[in-house]
Design a protein around this ligand. Sequence first.
Ligand code: ADP
Ligand code: MG
Length: 459
Amino acid sequence: MSALSFSQLPLPASLLACLTSLEYHQMTAVQAQSLPAILDGKDVIAQAKTGSGKTAAFALGLLAKLDVKRFRIQSLILCPTRELAEQVAAETRKLARHIHNIKVLTLCGGVPTRSQIVSLEHGAHIIVGTPGRVLDHLQQQRLDLTHLTTLVLDEADRMLEMGFADTLNAILADIPSARQTLLFSATFDHAVRQIAAGIMQTPVTITVESGHSQTSIEQYFYQLDGLSRADAVNLLLHQFRPVSTVVFCNTKRETQQLADTLQHQGISVIALHGDLEQREREHALLKFSNNSVSVLVATDVAARGLDIDKLDLVINYQLAHDVATHIHRIGRTGRAGHSGIACSLLSPDDGHKLSALASELGDEITAEPLPAHTALGQKLAEPAMQTLQIDGGKKHKLRPGDIVGALTAGQQLTFADIGKIQVLDTVAFVAVSRKQAKLALALLNEGKMKGKKYRVWRL
Ligand code: ADP
Ligand code: MG
């Protein structure tokens, strides 16, 4: 029996037999790390990359403790989209195939409510659904979750990204608090940590790093050799061809000037500093974090609210005033197992700062010449997404699901074309793939949401 064999777990014989017939011979890393705690009844937060077998980890957990004879809803699994919910339901049914008379029901948006009501009247053990539709049924008292023992949030990061935070909180307020809660996510940013803190009881947290476990940041220090700083930034963008970059400046004025210059050079860029109005700052963060803008030029103070999981490149337009700020700046790249690059543009009088940094890093710092200008010949890629603004929000009872529904109803767009969704009080924002932005704009402007027309435009 290997260390990764399922048979060492306290699983019912029927499930072990099923795993053998499915040819699941060994646990994956996330299963090996999370299943002992899950089967022990603990709340578990698990972070692991896509395709690592998270579904089986929670499905085995809830199937192991399910009482089939008790025909009540005992588990609720929430997923961000209908496609994902259907995949999870399929995998759960597959793992449950040796358990007789078990009923797994999906409740997703985009499907007529009527048929779901009939299915609910027939009863189920496990519900797999999207937050909006589950809340609808719950509020209409068609869904009895009073016997719930396990709640699973699958792809929690994606659910929050799609703007489901309020919907999740409304569901959570309405279900038994004495339950086991399992939270699965590919990333683990501030928003995920925050929701976890509110709904879980002394959770066991496990993280399965992808590939090499250390986050790696490559640092480069460049001499300007007579080039202007703005041109040096332009050159580095062409050299490294990052998807997302933050350039740190030491002053607000420098920040705005650099953003203006880069914009002039045809780069997708936005400025973030304290002289902007609150709304301008919010729009800048929104567009950068949903991949509608490639480069963010920011001061240290303004960038504090920035919580981005995948940043390919950090450029220090000037070296930071102190070592701690430098480390904080460059630590924004190379997160969550991704590799990152940090470039610093040096000034002739940076000698002091450099030796302080070198002793902190425990390494010598060698300044190098900027890369050759040949890279400038190639055009930079446009950002993947574009942000659309909708003149309706929570006050109009708009929900993320309504926006997703309006975009995907005609099947011209798929979930893959839709990025971050934010529904605020009177406005909402949705990121759509740039290639489909025109179509998305037409669909939203011509279609109705909650029976009403809204004005939509590119932000
Ligand atoms: P995730 O949710 O982490 O993205 P999934 O749960 O969708 O990943 O699993 C990815 C694939 O791996 C699925 O096709 C699943 O059937 C398969 N799988 C899961 N666990 C095992 C295992 N222990 N052995 C073999 N295949 C597995
Ligand atoms: Mg999954």
